[in-house]
Design a protein. Structure first.
Length: 645
């Protein structure tokens, strides 16, 4: 566990750091201060493993704050939005342990900086101990909980050994006297140990750091880092050992590797999903246009089959985007019994023939507002875990219920008092003991074999349910199976009518409703561009078309009547759709804009914000969705008339 002080006046930056800290592989207690004065006061009143210091504070110069903290021998990592090499060099000269630009800040980088700061601080303490007067040194060593020992450089005998070292070496205070360091460090013999410490004795080095194995008296061993320094008295030369058990560090290193792998996998899946969404747009759009062509019953069955497959592909890409980035939830009103019934074929197909899935519906219709894609993915993750806990087969029972939950107001969770929908998933598997149960929602924790699971499934479910305003509980006993309960706020509107609001039927589109309004379409993908032009013309709009940003700028500058800008966001040509829209708004400040992309909105728009009179249409979209989005855009803009430029 680390204790970290964050000094930053920017609430957004503090929130970003807080979110990063919450996903780190080790627990971090984060204390926050919004001013330099408060930060220095907190630093003086408590011990911190690391101080994260914003260099631009309103009440004191950054260099003065840094100097004040360094003078107190506190480990400081400087965070700044500036990109100046001179500033970075200046802070490091002033005593900062690391300098990180906020634009380059990531969870992995921040975790490594905090851990490095603590390790350097620990090393500083070890050096300070080695420099103390020898009588005081002996007292400090013998009482220390850290693994520190004093070894006679000539005889190799343990002279002094700390309480912490005694405990980890598996020794009692009576056993230690007379032991040699090679009794503990069995990778060394007398000759190799002399060779190792020779650079210290010859004043070639002031410190030696190496990794080795420490063997306990019971024969067990653990990986350790040794930091060795020289200490002399009038009669004897000692080697001061600071021994660090690397077991936890190695576990943390593996977790960092896993985090980096997941981040890389997330980037890859996000790119794949984006490309698939682009390809699906022309397929979805083409099918929606085909649907209006007066098909025979047989042709319509073929069309429905294709649309069903496309719907599944669309959900798949949505899951990929959800995995690759923090997905903005899109809640809709769900009838719980119907949703669960519709999920049964999906679960049965995924779980195989050895697992039987039962659903017990509630006696009344229940509604809740949740993201249906995330809920489906969460139920599937939980059921797959249940399947893995039943290697010989078994039964999963899903039930829906309604319950009153009192108010929850704790440091780590808040939940309003009220009526909640409870979805229970219970299996007949092997169950979990208390130790595993305590870690079940920890990111990257998994009881499965290496390569069989990421340890992210349940943590993603936990985050999704909490983000929805609910809660997750798990009850399990070894040999008795596991029950997971998902709590969601009961929907106030006892109807799913809102889900259809703004969704036009392809069969009942008001052809000609565009009334000749002019839309500037900016899209780099040829097939999507062709579909969009056909779709816009189908519902009565005129289009002028650009394949990239520079072409769009030329059209905006020409004498055209433009009633709406419909632009892709990620495009080649050195100009994004956001930049096109900014240029467009200089000419048409009140005219509506529709952004579209194969990525999620939160992944590509700054802080997930949309300017006034703007709408986001995610790919893939069909004719009906395009039609309803256009209608919404014009309605929100209050039908602003065209302006000639």
């Amino acid at each position: 566990m680390f204790k970290v002080l964050l000094i930053d006046d920017d609430k957004v930056d503090r929130l970003s750091v807080r979110r990063s800290v919450e996903t780190m592989p080790e627990t971090v207690e984060l204390i926050e201060a919004g001013t330099a004065t408060k930060g220095i006061s907190l630093a003086e009143s408590s011990d911190f493993d690391c101080i994260l210091l914003d260099y631009g504070l309103p009440d004191m110069e950054g260099i003065d704050v840094l100097t004040a903290l360094v003078e107190r021998e506190l480990p400081v990592v400087v965070l700044t939005g500036s990109q100046y090499d001179d500033m970075a060099l200046g802070t490091l000269r002033a005593g900062a342990q690391e300098y990180i630009e906020k634009s380059q800040l990531s969870t992995v980088r921040l975790y490594q900086a905090i851990r490095s700061a603590k390790e350097r601080q620990d090393l500083l303490i070890a050096r300070r101990v080695a420099e103390e007067e020898k009588i005081r040194l002996g007292q400090i060593i013998s009482e220390s909980l850290s693994e520190i020992c004093l070894v006679d450089a000539n005889t190799h005998k343990l002279n002094l050994i700390s309480v912490g070292a005694l405990k980890n070496f598996g020794l009692s205070a009576e056993q230690a006297p007379g032991l040699y360091i090679t009794d503990v460090l069995k990778d060394f013999d007398k000759e190799s140990f002399n060779s190792t410490i020779a650079p210290l004795l010859n004043a070639e080095k002031i410190q030696i750091v190496l990794e080795t194995r420490v063997t306990r008296q019971d024969g067990s061993a653990y990986a350790a880092e040794l930091v060795m320094q020289l200490s002399k008295t009038a009669k004897t030369t000692f080697i001061v050992f600071n021994v660090t058990d690397l077991t936890q560090r190695n576990v943390a290193t593996e977790k960092i590797r896993q985090m980096e792998k997941m981040e890389a996998l997330g980037i890859m899946t996000g790119g794949i999903a984006h490309d698939f969404n682009n390809m699906l747009t022309s397929v979805v759009g083409g099918l929606s246009l085909l649907e209006r062509q007066g098909l025979t019953d047989k042709g319509r069955r073929y069309l429905n089959l294709a649309q069903s497959s496309v719907d599944r592909a669309t959900k798949l890409t949505s899951r990929l985007l959800s995995y690759s980035r923090l997905r903005i939830l899109t809640p809709i009103s769900i009838q719980v019994n119907q949703f669960s019934t519709d999920m049964l074929p999906v679960l049965e197909n995924a779980l195989g023939d050895t697992v039987r899935v039962n659903f017990t519906p509630y006696s009344q219709e229940l509604y809740m507002n949740v993201d249906d894609v995330e809920l489906e993915s969460g139920l599937l993750d939980i059921c797959l875990n249940s399947r893995d806990a039943m290697p010989g087969g078994g039964e999963i029972t899903i039930t829906a219920n309604e319950s009153f939950v009192p108010k929850i107001d704790t440091d780590d969770h808040k939940m309003a008092e009220g009526r909640y929908i409870v979805i229970s998933i219970k299996d007949t598997g092997t169950g979990m003991d208390e130790e595993v149960l305590q870690k079940v929602f920890d990111p990257f924790f998994s009881t499965k074999a290496i390569g069989k699971g990421s340890g992210l499934g349940l943590s993603m479910v936990f985050g999704f349910v909490r983000q929805t305003g609910g809660n997750v509980t798990v009850h399990s006993e070894v040999g008795q199976g596991t029950e997971v309960k998902l709590y969601f706020p009961k929907s106030i509107l006892q109807s799913a009518e809102d889900n259809a609001r703004g969704r036009s039927s392809v069969h009942h589109l008001d052809v000609g409703k565009g009334k000749g309004k002019v839309i500037l379409l900016v899209e780099d993908d040829l097939e999507i561009r062709e579909f969009a032009v056909l779709a816009l013309e189908e519902i009565g709009y005129k289009t002028i078309v650009a394949s990239n940003g520079p072409e769009a700028v030329e059209l905006i500058n020409s004498n055209e009547l433009i009633d709406l800008l419909f632009t892709d966001i990620v495009m080649p040509g050195g100009m994004s759709g956001v930049e096109v829209a900014e240029f467009f708004r200089e000419k048409f400040p009140e005219t509506p804009v529709i952004y579209t992309s194969g990525y999620t909105r939160s992944a590509i728009l700054p802080q997930d914000t949309l300017p006034p009179a703007s709408t986001f249409l995610s790919k893939p979209y069909d004719l009906a969705k395009l039609n309803s989005t256009l209608s919404e855009s014009f309605r929100h803009s209050q039908e602003v008339p065209s302006i000639a430029i």
